[in-house]
Design a protein around this ligand. Sequence first.
Ligand SMILES: CCCCCC/C=C/CC(=O)SCCNC(=O)CCNC(=O)[C@H](O)C(C)(C)COP(=O)(O)OP(=O)(O)OC[C@H]1O[C@@H](n2cnc3c(N)ncnc32)[C@H](O)[C@@H]1OP(=O)(O)O
Length: 279
Amino acid sequence: ATIRRTEPTAGSGDSARRFGTQRVLVEPDAASGVAVMKFKNPPVNSLSLELLTEFIISLEKLENDKTFRGVILTSDCPRVFSAGLDLTEMCGKNPAHYAEYWKAVQELWLRLYLSNLVLIAAINGACPAGGCLISLTCDYRILADNPKYLIGLNETLLGIVAPFWFKDTLVNTIGHRASEQALQLGLLFLPAEALQVGLVDQVVPEDQVLSTALSVMARWMAIPDHARQLTKNMMRKTTVDRLVKQRDADIQNFVSFISRDSIQKSLQMYLEKLKQKKG
Ligand SMILES: CCCCCC/C=C/CC(=O)SCCNC(=O)CCNC(=O)[C@H](O)C(C)(C)COP(=O)(O)OP(=O)(O)OC[C@H]1O[C@@H](n2cnc3c(N)ncnc32)[C@H](O)[C@@H]1OP(=O)(O)O
């Protein structure tokens, strides 16, 4: 994926010169040091290998540019933040592909969870599974108050299991008992429920998600970077190290699990159900 610069928006000057890739739009505002990163992989921002790769490239570019201290993650697709991992990447492929794909999923989580940037999720659509995981890696989550925008780690509903580092991220956010129940039942929370359980930090009207994210960002960026970054690292490094210490074993575990006939059948049936839903 190549990083492309696009023309600045009208009357905005350099600080709004956008850049990004085909599936990840980046709207930087150098004046405030905040960039808005929008997933653009219609129709549902499924986390394909391409999107994961472009996401990592764009995030790295922002982290390496000291102009930027905060990034807001949001969706360019209507009604969906992200439908999670791309099921077609986990169905009917070969072990080598599954390994490559899972490595990219691990990489994105590792980069996001320990990012020095202030990361705020402006959740402007449905946020199941891998989409929920991305929002959980952020420092703060704002969800649009729309009953259609469910959020949660629903893997068991597909007959699969969230790996331990998905689980750890949820436990670090909503606690052990709430996570145990949510993961086993594959709960998808309504906005009010997600707020109540602590899965999101704020629920606001749909047209205020981005403006709320910008004002919360200002509050987080008022903290001296070094102190905030060391504190974030103190809070999260143990969780990250658990995966770092066993990345290859985790990949092998994923490949053997996802390759099982029974799992492949579950995923195929789930994909069929999604397609019939439209019928
Ligand atoms: C140790 C082992 C570890 C195993 C792995 C564990 C981790 C897994 C994490 C995951 O993320 S698994 C993916 C789980 N995702 C979901 O369950 C969400 C499924 N999608 C939906 O619920 C809905 O699509 C939506 C997000 C609520 C949006 O609904 P909407 O009605 O707006 O769109 P649809 O008509 O349902 O979908 C449009 C189109 O997109 C296809 N699609 C939807 N989700 C995915 C996906 N995750 N991957 C690939 N494709 C997806 C859907 O099939 C439709 O396709 P069509 O060709 O246009 O019919």
